[in-house]
Design a protein around this ligand. Structure first.
Ligand SMILES: Nc1ncnc2c1ncn2[C@@H]1O[C@H](COP(=O)(O)OP(=O)(O)OP(=O)(O)O)[C@@H](O)[C@H]1O
Length: 589
């Protein structure tokens, strides 16, 4: 059968059958908590036994009252009730302990799951993040993990109790399968809505700048309406199902009363026996609905699990911490791109580089220029091994970066980008982030780096100095200030190789001078690849590489390249000079 034609059936099938591998994985998660869970199960047995014996003993109590109306039954009633009271207290204590143990181990399992999931997410190659939405990952981390945690503990214990209390009614469980498929889809659309909200909130400045709040609210409303529609469908199915089970429970009790009444009339049954029977019938009803909701909860667990396992098991395309580590004296910093062909994994049909070659001698400064979109930033990503070339090699001192340990590689490459990303913590912590071991960085190290990066004065002028918290992505700082913090961070890393992306945004003259001076200090004694926008940077570089048509079309010193009348570099410079002149002209008017 062609399974492609039946997506719905396939989805339903996936969630109505209990996949044995998934069951194993769920149980495996619970393994570290086995002792606590075993004690909890013991408590469950005790409390269930007490619960199940209650109707029997309560029947006895009723019989004691009704069967001996003439005699004095108060002493036997008192002793029976005292014993029962003790038994119920014991049962309640066991139940309390069970709930506590189940909940705490559930939380522990959720915690462990979140830890491994987060580390698995952070290990993935960048291409994975190009394809996967942030909101979806956040949803996996927060809600799916909690669903799974509940399904291995709370639900498992409730479920076991339900199974123990009623062996009948297994068939009823399968009633719920349609509502399960609906549930899984509800979760997915919720993830979509969350993703939209997350992206817009984190980029609120852009939303506000374009005055798009209302439009964004409309988009979000559309998504949550979809969630609501699915949730309503689920509610109808649930309502129908639980309404039906409630009705069947009542019908059972009515039938028992009718038949029991007749039996009592013919003196085949005592009133106590009938009461016990009724209570048992009631319990069977409760247990059946308990079992069905257990089944649906467990299925939710499997649904969430399937998505989580995928993420947990996903092997990153390249390793994080394996490969060759060079000795410090082996690392000189010579960079070479040899016949590199590259396209981004999400856009394989759009080649960025075709047969690109470029060599940067150790300790030299190479400025890269080229039209927008020519791949300047991509060169940086390839050197950092955020992506691998499709063919060709990239080497550092003759070693293919694919053979080098990516951790080691990145720890010897410093980067400062146009819009440096700072974390929402203090300035001191942001600077220390550059060091291999931030906890060993002293306040003096931070102050020294800030001095060299021309950041010390402005940081000290803040009331809280280096303890000032910079806000999400550093929004509380100006562009030039962020750059200088990023330079201080790169200084603490002390890398052999520097990859710089010069800011295009116009800084005021003083800020520009301070950033420029800090950058020059940072560049000293290192191999530098700089995406250059300023004429002074291009003029001072040891060589300039011009990117165009998916390759390096010209390399040479600034003066040499300008000498080539037909060259792209000259054209680019003329255009820039023209633009600058036009800009000045506009300003003067
Ligand atoms: N993560 C990505 N996934 C898919 N395509 C990408 C990705 N990043 C960049 N691109 C594409 O690759 C091409 C080169 O981008 P890149 O950022 O390297 O150019 P650039 O020369 O640095 O541009 P600019 O000067 O405008 O910053 C562009 O067409 C861009 O759309």
């Amino acid at each position: 059968m062609d399974s492609k034609k039946l997506p719905e059936t396939v989805t339903n099938d996936k969630f109505t059958r209990i996949p044995s591998d998934d069951l194993k994985r769920l149980l495996h998660l619970a393994y570290p908590e086995r002792w606590r869970l075993t004690v909890a199960l013991g408590c469950l047995v005790v409390s269930s036994a007490v619960t199940m014996s209650a109707p029997f003993f309560l029947g006895r109590v009723i019989d004691t009252i009704y069967m001996n109306p003439a005699q004095d039954f108060s002493s036997s009633l008192t002793s029976l009730c005292t014993v029962l009271c003790g038994v119920f207290l014991f049962g309640a204590a066991a139940n309390t302990a069970r709930i506590y143990l189940m909940q705490s181990s559930g939380q522990q399992i959720v915690r462990n799951l979140r830890e491994s999931l987060f580390s698995s997410i952070l290990r993935q190659e960048l291409g994975f993040f190009d394809r996967t939405r942030t909101g979806e990952l956040i949803n996996r981390l927060s809600s799916d993990t909690a669903v799974i945690g509940r399904s291995v503990t709370d639900n498992l214990s409730d479920g076991l109790r339900a199974v123990a209390q009623a062996t009948a009614g297994v068939g009823m469980m399968f009633y719920v399968s349609p509502s399960l498929a609906t549930f899984v889809r509800t979760q997915d659309s919720l993830a979509e809505a969350t993703q939209l909200a997350e992206e817009r909130i984190s980029n609120l400045r852009t939303v506000r700048a374009f005055g798009k709040e209302l439009a964004e609210v409309e988009k979000y409303v559309e998504k949550v309406n979809h969630v609501l529609m699915l949730a309503k469908k689920e509610a109808v199915l649930r309502a129908g199902f639980f309404g039906a089970t409630g009705l069947s429970g009542n019908m059972i009790i009515l039938a028992v009363l009718y038949k029991g009444g007749l039996l009592m009339g013919s003196e085949h049954m005592t009133v106590g026996e009938l009461s016990s029977f009724l209570m048992y019938a009631f319990w069977v009803g409760v247990s059946i609905s308990g079992m069905s909701s257990f089944y649906s909860e467990l299925m939710k667990g499997f649904g969430a699990g399937t998505r989580l396992w995928e993420l947990l098991d996903r092997k990153p395309e390249f390793p994080l911490n394996e490969g060759v580590v060079l000795r410090p004296e082996q690392l000189k910093g010579k960079l070479e791109f040899r016949n590199v062909f590259f396209s981004y994994p999400t856009r394989k049909d759009a080649p960025i580089f075709q047969d690109l070659c470029l060599c940067v001698p150790a300790g030299s400064v190479m400025a890269v220029v080229g039209p927008s979109g020519s791949g300047k930033s991509t060169l940086v990503s390839l050197l950092l091994r955020l992506y691998d070339p499709d063919t060709g090699t990239i080497t550092i001192d003759g070693h293919d970066v694919r053979d080098l340990n990516p951790y080691w590689l990145r720890s010897h490459i410093g980067t400062v980008s146009q819009e440096p990303v700072l974390f929402s913590c203090s300035i001191a912590e942001n600077i220390a982030y550059g060091a291999a071991d931030p906890s060993s960085v002293t306040a003096q190290d931070i102050h020294r780096a800030a001095h060299i990066a021309n950041a010390h004065t402005f940081v000290q002028s803040f009331p809280q100095g280096f303890h000032t918290v910079v806000g999400e992505k550093g929004v509380l700082l100006s562009g030039g200030q962020k750059q200088r913090i990023a330079i201080a961070r790169a200084l603490l890393k002390n890398p052999k190789i520097l990859l710089l992306d010069e800011a295009t945004s116009a800084l005021d003259a003083e800020n520009e001078f301070l950033v420029q001076e800090a950058l020059e200090r940072l560049m000293q004694g290192r191999t530098v690849l700089i995406i250059a926008h300023r004429l002074s940077t291009i003029q001072n570089a040891d060589a300039v590489a011009v990117l165009d048509q998916q390759r390096v079309v010209e390399v040479g010193r600034h003066a040499e390249l300008l000498g080539n009348q037909q060259g792209l570099f000259r054209k680019l410079m003329e255009k820039q000079a023209f633009l600058q002149a036009a800009h000045k002209h506009v300003l003067r008017e």
